[in-house]
Design a binder for this molecule. Structure first.
Ligand code: NAD
Length: 372
């Protein structure tokens, strides 16, 4: 059993989901999403028809600005099932050997890569070389060097590179960012990020360094890293980190089980975070400033996200994250829209520079200076 999916799904239970509400919409089910839309639609092929790919495909059914039109998979039976379910024509179906020929397919604009982490690098570069926009799942790569190569490849091919940072479009998150920018919390002093769940099957790719690139940090700790940046509005200038490993059989060399890390920002603010595959019920962000605080708990699960500040409960709408994300990404790719929090390759590169530094700090036991 994939306990990450289990964990995130428990958070989804009992949610009344309003499809495709844009991040700024009110709680009414008659939001702008229900209005007709006759602008351009992003035609997307999903690569990797696994657990998260399935979730994205389902959510895209409610998109107005993005449409699932193609698939790339190594499993013919899955392709058949998806074709039937989503009405995907044979000419838009590819496997991992032949998908470079997508360059000759004018009916696909973008490929969303939802495969194990360590495969994103080569697959995104092949997508770029085929002249298609690339959307990569997080972590975009397994280190900063690979991330930079992906950015360069997409730039050279003149295609966009986006990363599935769905929280960057989430209404409670955006409201806290708005309040922080408006000065409601005063000077930001502290962020705490707790990201973790108990991982199941020891044979899954998430526990195989060749495919995962690491352990909990790559998978779930990255939410606290990314969150520390969008919640504080700053980039860290140093990190310290310590690893705890209680089960070296399950968490082999290079696969981190639990890492606690600290980030320092040039303003003097600090962050204290925990990334773990060994504890459940850890999905909490806390932001503290001289005039107030904000809390998200849960902060990054599939929803409902809940938040409060020193002024009271947040009452933003509950949305299906992946529906809003794909509609927004359509506007970013096709209309050049600038999101409030970036979701491009540079944004992912920053997270990977921090992950590189955290792993170095664990290894050396020393404070590592950063320039992201
Ligand atoms: P999964 O194991 O459920 O699916 C992975 C898919 O990749 C499968 O269909 C598998 O067949 C395919 N695949 C292709 N080549 C493979 C290979 N060599 N080895 C193993 N599988 C291979 O995993 P998932 O949970 O869907 O995760 C996929 C990606 O999505 C990861 O990068 C993960 O971090 C990301 N993800 C993001 C979120 C989010 O909320 N943004 C949530 C879950 C997963």
């Amino acid at each position: 059993m994939n306990s990450r999916r289990d964990f995130l799904q428990k958070l989804t239970a009992a949610t009344i989901v309003l499809p495709s509400l844009p991040a700024c919409a009110s709680g009414s089910s008659k939001g702008p999403s229900m209005k007709s839309y006759d602008g351009p639609v992003l035609r997307v092929a999903i690569m990797g028809l696994g657990s998260y790919g399935t979730r994205v495909a389902e959510a895209m059914q409610s998109c107005r600005k993005a449409k699932l039109v193609g698939v790339i998979s190594g499993t013919p039976s899955k392709i058949k099932a998806w074709q039937a379910k989503y009405n995907i024509p044979e000419k838009n179906c590819y496997n991992y050997e032949n998908f470079d020929s997508i360059k000759d397919n004018p009916d696909i604009d973008a490929v969303y890569v939802i495969t194990p982490n360590a495969l994103h690098h080569d697959q995104v570069i092949r997508v770029a070389k085929a002249g298609k926009h690339a959307i990569s799942e997080k972590p975009m790569a397994v280190n900063a060097k690979e991330a930079q190569e992906m950015i360069d490849a997409c730039k050279n091919a003149n295609v966009k590179l986006l990363v599935g940072y769905r929280m960057h479009f989430e209404p409670h998150t955006l409201e806290i960012i708005r309040m922080r920018k408006a000065g409601d919390f005063g000077k930001i002093m502290f962020f705490q990020g707790l990201s973790g769940f108990v991982i199941g099957d020891p044979k899954q790719w998430r526990l195989n360094k060749q495919l995962s690139g690491g352990g909990a940090m790559m998978d779930i700790g990255i939410y606290s890293i990314n969150g520390s940046r969008y919640m504080t509005g700053e980039e860290p200038v140093w990190v310290t980190a310590e690893e705890t490993k209680t089960d070296p059989e399950k968490f082999k060399e290079g696969v981190d089980e639990t890492i606690q890390f600290q980030l320092g920002f040039s303003s003097g603010a600090v962050a204290s975070c925990l990334s773990t595959y060994k504890m459940n019920f850890l999905d909490r962000f806390f932001l503290n400033g001289e005039k107030g605080f904000a809390e998200l708990n849960p902060a990054t699960g599939y929803g409902p996200i809940e938040g409060r500040t020193n002024k009271g409960e947040l009452k933003q709408p509950i949305v299906t994250h992946q529906t809003v994300q794909m509609d927004e990404m359509s506007d970013i790719i096709l209309k050049g829209k600038q999101p409030i929090v970036p979701v491009d390759g540079q944004e992912a590169l920053k997270d990977l520079k921090i992950i590189d530094a955290i792993y170095l700090a664990v290894k050396t036991g020393k404070k590592v200076d950063l320039a992201v």
